[in-house]
Design a protein around this ligand. Structure first.
Ligand code: ZN
Length: 216
């Protein structure tokens, strides 16, 4: 998928995702606090553009969860020197969904198996448009939200992240040299829950623009 930001086209490369980045969400799932960011990936082909109106409910799950997340677009190649420098690698910010088959995830996790399919399946990453980010801009009080059928369910604030965005970027760059078009789903705040057939999910980006999809 391509994203146009400030007249420049970025082709989505790797989709990095962060788990357990908000205390209240760790508590609601009864997970342990991580000492460093929990990292997993989705293929770039799991992205769903805002122009697509419906998302199919996966047939192998009976408990599809929404996770509303702030998404960072990387704009340049390299490894940041430090956390402050990490800001210079950000080209844009968006809001997206880390759709998760919670029953499949719990089942695999219980057996000690990789839970990749529960997170990385087709159409598991709906995403809105990117707004250009200026390195002098604020990353510490970005607000975003998610609603189901018009009812507010998730309120996000980047100021409540356990690992701030610049730390996440620095951490990822230890293992992967950053590339333009890399995306980072930065973790979900509390309030995750199941989706039903026929639900409409709407997510709102920090700049105030909303995007919605119907669950078919
Ligand atoms: Zn997530």
């Amino acid at each position: 998928m391509d994203f146009l930001v400030k007249n420049k086209t970025y082709t989505a490369q790797r989709v990095f995702c962060i788990g357990r980045n908000y205390v209240a969400h760790i508590e609601e799932l009864g997970n342990e606090m991580p000492g460093s960011p929990v990292i997993f990936m989705k293929p770039a082909t799991s992205l769903v553009p805002h122009t697509q109106k419906a998302i199919p409910y996966p047939e192998f799950s009976k408990n599809l969860h929404f996770e509303t997340e702030l998404v960072v677009l990387i704009g340049k190649e390299g490894v940041p020197a430090d956390e402050a420098d990490a800001k210079n690698f950000i080209a844009g910010l968006a809001v997206g969904l880390d759709l998760t088959m919670r029953d499949v995830q719990d089942d695999l996790r219980e057996k000690g198996l990789s839970w990749e399919i529960s997170k990385a399946f087709d159409q598991s990453a709906p995403i809105g448009e990117f707004t250009a980010f200026d390195p002098s801009g604020d990353l510490k009080s970005l607000k975003f939200s998610g609603s189901i059928n018009g009812e507010l369910r998730q309120n996000g604030d980047s100021g409540l992240m356990i690992f701030p965005i610049t730390r996440l970027i620095k951490e990822l760059s230890k293992f992967w040299k950053l590339l333009p078009g890399d995306l980072i789903f930065t973790g979900t705040p509390a309030g995750v829950g199941p989706l039903q057939h026929g639900d409409t999910i709407e997510i709102t980006a920090p700049q105030g623009k909303s995007y919605s999809w119907d669950i078919s």
